[in-house]
Design a protein around this ligand. Sequence first.
Ligand code: GLA
Length: 386
Amino acid sequence: MNIQELWDKFGKIFRDFDLESGAYKAPGRVNLIGEHTDYNDGFVMPMAIEKEITMLAQLRPDRKVKFYSLDYDQMVEYDLDSLEYDEENIWANYIMGVIDEIQKLGKSLQGFNLMFTGNIPQGSGLSSSAALEVVTALAVTDLHKIKIDGIEMALLAQRAENNFVGVQCGIMDQYISRLGQKDQALLIDCRTNDYQLVPFKDENYQIVICNSRVDRGLVDSKYNERRSECDQAVEFFAEKEAGEINALRDVDLETVEKYKAELAENIYKRAHHVVSENARVLESKKALEADDLQKFGDLMYASHKSLSEDYEVSCKELDILVNLAAEAEIEGARMTGAGFGGCTVNLVKKDQIDQFIDLIKKNYKEKTGIDAEVYVSNPGEGARKL
Ligand code: GLA
């Protein structure tokens, strides 16, 4: 549906109050490199993808909020003064969480209607939920003329997920959905929350995303388990080493190796992943700036190996997808996002794309019985008002 058709639909669903209204978009993301580093104060390098959520919104003269999901064809209604977790309509919690965080800033809101639709595949690690949070934050603040900068908005959306939805995610997904830029990856320093643009527009290469379509049932519990293992590592190093160690960001590989024998095996492996991954992100930035895509591709494979063997967040299907890419001599491939299913990100020469997609679809199906989905995407724009 184009935007006019969406407004027509909005007009059929909701009464027109002739109050402030607007249309907004926020994208999903794929992380090029830097996995499970954001909550360790480290570095990540994601890009926004050309798949998005579009939201239409209008103020109401009362204290009701009504959300309509066009894709689910579901309508929910709440009161601004009593927002509570909705066990039945899980999707609505991402929106309520954002409203709750805006109210916590001491901003007084009035009621509004929202309608949204999107094409980010859900539950596949491409951050459709972060996009929903970010587009909501943009819509609600804009309707109420609340000024909040991009980074603050990303942090607010992250708090919505941490506090209301109850998932202890880092900052990466909301950040890139809010601040992504066309033809650019972002190198984000998750300690200072600063970013640098990394141009990603080599004419000869394209990012290809392969969706394993594996159910990510384990992801939340394992995610929290990994976070706590990282905390244990930090505690260990802080006790042993002089100087301030507040996060794995403050530890180098030499130090990790020095204590290998003393550390529990799982803690050593988790620390080894995070510390080496941070270094890979910084090297990747240099490689991309030097247009050395081969080097970048090698770093992607190294990242996957580390995630699979040291961090242990891959799964059989993701490993199969990466191995298929390696066998076809694709420049780079790795799992992306939290893991335990979801997608791989691949760096593919443009003239190999069709062949690569055919090969993945055929061989992945043969090996797993699952039909992979494949998306080709340039780095897209971050959240914006239309
Ligand atoms: C999820 C989280 C992010 C990040 C990644 C792993 O996508 O939401 O904050 O931790 O996993 O890199």
